[in-house]
Design a protein around this ligand. Structure first.
Ligand code: SF4
Ligand code: SF4
Length: 411
């Protein structure tokens, strides 16, 4: 999950600091001279601390960390233009925070350094040809496709706990520090920060890319009140490639490095609460939660790294499942099966909405899914009913072959 001006923040923003209201910057003063930092009368070498943090981070499952300062002023015009064009859709929180997102020291007073971290999420079990395998899933209209990052444990929890542990270790080494941790958080320009921290470059699809890790990773940040030596930023390596722009099913990447969230399937299936625009529904295909297309075609992802953690291994029941089976889940079953998964955040109503669209597309492709759709044609949610009605109308045989009853024993 990555993505200021991008899509990873559509994967439900979670500002960790908000959930830890007791945490504040507590240490008022510091000195930073030639790499030496004095904290509580204890002097330490800041370069050495960063090296030590790298080692701790690796032990905790992070692949890389980098450091940058808090001056993101050169990113502000781009952020304002993106908001002005309405590309953020109904993610009002982005508009609300506006320039605070580009000003870490305003968002969290006292911040002087930002540490960005990378955590790879490609499952350990992913085969060599994982990109081709995932692209093939999109060709099977009856199969439900969930974005790769969401098939395992909720990454917010995984990252939060480990970022917290990293901060605890820093504090143990140098004394009390002021900090706040974020992961996939709406108010933070995480790709911008990560790029400046030397973790990679922003690809034309707006996600961060690394030459040795592609883009299949989560990002997290620690806002710190100690001055640390900044890392060297990475240059871009997209060159003349346009594979992600060409592959995007909804043409959401309106120009290199510019995403219209309102057209992005990740946004539409996860963040967006209302009806999915009718003109975009056929383009969603069988994607029911998120979308990986722009990453699947990216040549750099042949270098994507497997996670050292088992947390992102796919759970049973979310990969290779038939749409019909997932559509039949009751709300209780949905809550039970998605406990601890990021999918749970969208709730059963959006889950059914998304699957109804995919079933409509499967119907149009000739799959016999009409009787499954009828299962929820009288759902208490008007949103679900409308999407089911749309899906039923995709019957390629039209009114010649109405579908009236659900399968035996399915209620
Ligand atoms: S390919 Fe999918 S995730 Fe990427 S920009 Fe397009 S719709 Fe969004
Ligand atoms: S697909 Fe090509 S243009 Fe898009 S992010 Fe990857 S390298 Fe860059």
């Amino acid at each position: 999950m990555q993505g200021d001006e991008g899509l990873r923040q559509f994967r439900v923003a979670c500002e960790l600091g908000r959930k830890q209201p007791g945490r504040r910057f507590v240490r008022p003063a510091q000195a930073f001279y030639n790499g030496d930092v004095t904290i509580n009368s204890t002097q330490f070498d800041a370069n050495q601390l960063v090296s030590q943090m790298q080692a701790w981070a690796r032990e905790l499952g992070f692949s890389q960390i980098g450091v940058t300062g808090v001056d993101l002023s050169s990113a502000e015009p781009g952020l304002l233009a993106w908001l002005a064009q309405g590309f953020h859709g109904d993610m009002d929180y982005m508009q609300r925070h506006e320039l605070k997102r580009a000003r870490p020291a305003e968002l969290v007073p006292g911040t002087v350094s930002v540490v960005s971290v990378r955590m790879d999420y490609l499952p350990q079990s992913a085969p060599q040809a994982w990109q081709a395998i995932e692209l093939q899933r999109l060709q099977r209209p009856g199969e439900a496709v969930v974005s790769l990052y969401a098939r395992g444990r909720d990454y917010h929890k995984v990252l939060r706990n480990r970022l917290q542990t990293l901060c605890d270790r820093i504090a143990q080494a140098i004394g009390p520090i002021g900090y706040r941790v974020f992961t996939d958080s709406a108010p933070v320009l995480e790709v911008e920060l990560a790029q400046r921290s030397g973790l990679g470059w922003r690809g034309k699809h707006t996600l961060l890319l690394d030459r040795e890790a592609g883009s299949m990773f989560f990002l997290g940040e620690i806002f710190l009140d100690i001055a640390l030596p900044p890392s060297v930023p990475e240059q871009g390596h997209c060159g003349t490639c346009t594979a992600c722009l060409d592959a995007c099913p909804t043409r959401a990447i309106v120009a290199p490095y510019r995403l219209d969230a309102r057209r992005c399937i990740s946004y539409l299936t996860i963040e967006h609460a209302g009806p999915i625009p009718v003109e975009l529904r056929p383009l969603l295909g069988n994607r029911i939660y998120g979308c990986d297309d722009c990453q699947l075609v990216c040549p750099w992802n042949k270098f994507a790294q497997r996670s050292p953690l088992t947390d992102f291994d796919p759970r049973d029941g979310l990969t290779g499942q038939q749409l019909a089976a997932l559509f039949a889940w009751t709300e209780a079953e949905f809550l039970h099966r998605t406990a601890g998964s990021p999918i749970r955040r969208i709730g059963h109503e959006r889950w059914l909405r998304n699957i109804a669209v995919a079933l409509g597309n499967a119907f149009a492709a000739g799959e016999a899914v009409g009787s499954v759709l009828v299962l929820h044609s009288k759902h208490p949610s008007a949103l679900v009913c409308e999407h089911v009605a749309w899906a039923l109308a995709q019957n390629p045989r039209g009114a010649e072959q109405p579908v009236l009853s659900p399968p035996e024993g399915s209620r």
